[in-house]
Design a protein around this ligand. Structure first.
Ligand SMILES: Nc1ncnc2c1ncn2[C@@H]1O[C@H](COP(=O)(O)OP(=O)(O)O)[C@@H](O)[C@H]1O
Ligand SMILES: N[C@@H](CCC(=O)OP(=O)(O)O)C(=O)O
Length: 403
């Protein structure tokens, strides 16, 4: 998903928005804060995400001491009975040193190579570090592309569920070594929020190199810590800056992750992880939204994919898809752009070019011009019964407009 879509509300089928609502205060503790913190302390399943800067050194190697310190905290909570899913960034950052690089490379191929080297080193370290507590880790590498395909999605869910049932700590990252720009998720904050959905976690902890969300870049004087975020109103006027030394996404993706998660989320630094897990008043606590949540698959479709092309709709089709939640039929299509294949995510645009929805398309781009404007009955009669299918089925659609 593009950054500019960060404020867009996503809806699927008949499910209302999952965006947090309500107002709150940026200072002190608002109503319900203690209860939300207690929910974290009592959570039975927690996703913990650590950023690259918390796990690696400026020399581009893994930071064994900080990893061990974090594992001490996670293992203690695991041994106390809470299931932990650990989303670890740092593959690229940890592979820089071994490749003789001093900074994150711009080109994708070198990032892939660094990730391949760094991911192995990270997991080797987690394996030995958790073993100090008699705990076993299991590596789970996900791609955004995999996750929206119904079968693959169920597969990932089953694998994570089985690992947890077996008492194993899943260590999750994006599969950076094979992710191309088109199918790349790009940041682990939103990945962690979606993994929280996938595993039906009770809370999400985001660990960064900064101890909280601030009113502006904390490296500048005058920035104040925000203790609680109850809804979008609490974020008005806040400068959400870019990433630090080796991270990706900065605060924008963390705030968006909190919005997607729909469960209590605490953002703090790795040194405060134990306090955050204990429900203490550290970092920034994002209160869960009041709305019902989208299904995980639709969240992936809205937040983890990029449209591989565009399908242009006439006003009647926009109305059918957006307001009446119908499938998109060939009769309402006026144009097609891009070179996508059946099964790819595509953006649906109204006559003004605005994206109104995203869905998994049932045809290759090259097939659509011959179908446009035709009724399904005509298509079935002239071309065969297989052409009676929708361009996009309503179950594979997510609405990306607030209209
Ligand atoms: N309003 C803000 N509050 C806190 N941190 C901010 C803010 N704006 C920008 N930042 C920067 O975001 C960085 C964390 O993002 P990032 O580098 O992506 O972390 P990570 O690697 O942990 O995912 C911090 O180093 C901080 O300087
Ligand atoms: N998947 C990438 C990390 C992407 C990312 O979001 O990094 P960060 O902002 O440090 O959490 C890696 O392992 O290098």
């Amino acid at each position: 998903m593009s950054r500019e879509q960060a404020g867009v509300t996503a809806r699927a089928g008949t499910t209302p928005s999952g965006a947090p609502s309500g107002t709150g205060t940026t200072a002190g503790t608002g109503p319900g804060t203690a209860a939300v913190r207690r929910q974290i302390a009592g959570a039975r399943r927690i996703v913990v995400k650590a950023g690259s800067s918390s796990l690696t050194t400026p020399r581009g190697t893994i930071d064994a001491d900080r990893i061990d310190a974090l594992v001490d905290v996670l293992a203690a909570r695991r041994r106390a009975g809470t299931e932990i899913v650990f989303v670890s960034s740092g593959a690229i950052a940890a592979g820089l040193g071994p490749l003789g690089l001093t900074r994150r490379p711009a080109d994708l191929a070198t990032q892939q190579a660094a990730a391949s080297v760094g991911q192995g080193l990270l997991v080797a370290r987690y394996t030995s570090s958790f073993a100090r507590y008699g705990l076993t880790v299991g590596q789970v590498l996900l791609t955004a592309d995999d996750m929206i395909r119904r079968v693959h999605h169920r597969n990932a869910q089953r694998a994570l569920g089985q690992l947890l049932d077996l008492g194993i700590v899943p260590v999750v990252n994006e599969n950076d070594t094979v992710a191309t720009d088109e199918i790349r998720f790009g940041d682990n904050d939103r990945l962690a929020a979606l993994v929280a959905h996938l595993t039906r976690a009770d809370a999400l902890i985001l660990l960064s190199d900064v101890d909280a969300l601030y009113t502006g870049d904390p490296r500048r004087p005058g920035a104040r810590r925000i203790a609680n975020v109850h809804g979008p109103a609490d974020l008005a006027g806040i400068e959400l800056g870019g990433s630090g030394r080796v991270g990706t996404g900065g605060m924008i993706t963390k705030v968006e992750a909190a919005r997607i998660a729909g469960i209590p989320v605490v953002l703090t630094d790795a040194a405060s992880a134990a306090h955050a897990l204990a429900g203490e008043e550290v970092g920034t606590c994002f209160h869960p939204g009041e709305g019902r949540r989208l299904s995980t698959r639709h969240l992936w479709l809205a937040h983890a994919t990029t449209g591989q092309g565009r399908v242009l709709l006439d006003p009647g089709a926009v109305d059918a898809v957006v307001r009446r939640r119908k499938s998109l039929l060939p009769a309402g299509v006026t144009g097609v752009e891009g070179d996508f294949a059946a099964g790819d995510p595509v953006d649906l645009c109204g006559t003004d070019g605005r994206v109104v929805a995203r869905g998994l398309v049932n045809y290759d781009a090259g097939e659509i011009p011959d179908l446009m404007g035709r009724s399904t009955r005509w298509l079935a009669r002239e071309l065969g019964p297989e052409y009676e299918r929708e361009i996009i089925h309503r179950d594979d659609l997510v609405i990306l407009t607030t209209e």
